[in-house]
Design a protein around this ligand. Structure first.
Ligand code: OGA
Ligand code: NI
Length: 310
């Protein structure tokens, strides 16, 4: 049995921003993961998004394939992607997903136009989770001893490359069920700045321990807390902070039971240059990564995972 990680819970309704940002700093250094409650995304809306997601994935495969991934939007079937790009296994991850990006460019694909509330539910969720993520990013800035609007100023939040994914892990119930040797999502770190994850409560998510005192290092369960976002640091934030904040490896085991999750990746705007923060490097601790343009980095990571290019 793996242990369950004990992670701090950040209450976004708290007016004590200093205490919140201190907790975030500690969580990002020790685990790269924390929970967020009172984030302003209503429970009712979350329930609706999961309902819509169930309806979408229950469509026949031919129907879903009409919306197959194009410019990083749309449907990706079971085994189509493999998040662990270092593994030699040829089999992809046992999950199907549907991705949405910024609404403004009109590139999103909308199945189920027959159901009137479908699109508005997803768009409302998109807006609300973006607002929670933006608030969080200002706390992350404070946690790094930066001005609150730092990420705004460096174009990390304006016209962001945002991605919302509906995910479905079919579990054993599906006729095309996941075999023992595949993962729901194989070991990976997320690409962007922070990720806000909501699950239906079915277990499966694990994070790789950063606690070097634990030998051997272990995979630890990250349980869901009802209504709370599970937030984790992505690789661009790790680059910005010169590895002070950790982009932790995580994975989803192939669940026995069917499992749904909704993932929201905060990514910097396409022209944002991600380079080591001054406060995170010194003569004895030089920058470990060269500066990089957000879109270039993003394209390369997507290409490695899905073989696509935006
Ligand atoms: C991801 C991810 C976890 C989950 O999509 O990057 O880690 O619980 N998802 O679905
Ligand atoms: Ni992930």
């Amino acid at each position: 049995m793996s242990e369950a990680l004990q992670l701090p819970i950040i209450d976004l309704s708290s007016t004590d921003r200093i205490s919140n940002s201190n907790s975030i700093r500690q969580a990002c250094m020790e685990h790269g993961f924390f929970y967020v409650v009172n984030h302003g995304v209503e429970e009712e809306l979350i329930v609706k998004v999961f309902e819509q997601s169930r309806k979408l994935f229950s469509l026949p495969i031919e129907e879903k394939m009409k919306f197959a991934l194009k410019k990083d939007r749309g449907y990706s079937p079971l085994y189509a992607g493999k998040l662990d790009t270092t593994s030699s296994s040829t089999k992809g991850d046992c999950k199907e997903s549907f991705y949405f990006g910024p609404q403004a460019d009109g590139l999103n694909l909308w199945p189920r136009e027959d159901v009137p509330s479908w699109r508005s539910t997803i768009e409302t969720y998109h807006e609300k989770v973006l607002s929670a993520g933006t608030t969080l990013m200002s706390l992350v800035a404070l946690a790094l001893k930066l001005e609150e609007d730092f990420f705004h100023k460096v174009d990390a939040l304006t016209e962001p490359l945002l991605f919302l994914g509906l995910l479905h892990y079919p579990g054993d119930s599906d006729s095309d069920s996941c075999s023992e040797e595949t993962y729901g999502a194989s070991a990976h770190s997320d690409f962007g700045t922070i990720t806000l994850l909501m699950t239906d409560g079915v277990p499966g998510l694990q994070a790789f321990s950063l606690d070097k005192s634990k030998q051997p290092q272990v995979w630890e369960d990250v349980p869901s807390i009802k209504g709370a976002f599970i937030v984790n640091i992505g690789d661009m934030m790790e680059r910005w902070t010169n590895c002070l904040f950790r982009s932790t490896l995580h994975r989803v085991l192939s669940p026995k039971q069917e499992r749904y999750s909704v993932v929201f990746f905060m990514n910097p705007g396409k022209d944002c240059i991600v380079e080591c923060l001054e406060s995170c490097c010194s003569e004895s601790c030089p920058p470990r990564f060269p500066p990089i343009r957000s879109l270039d980095y993003f394209d390369e990571r997507l290409r490695l995972t899905y073989g696509s290019k935006s």
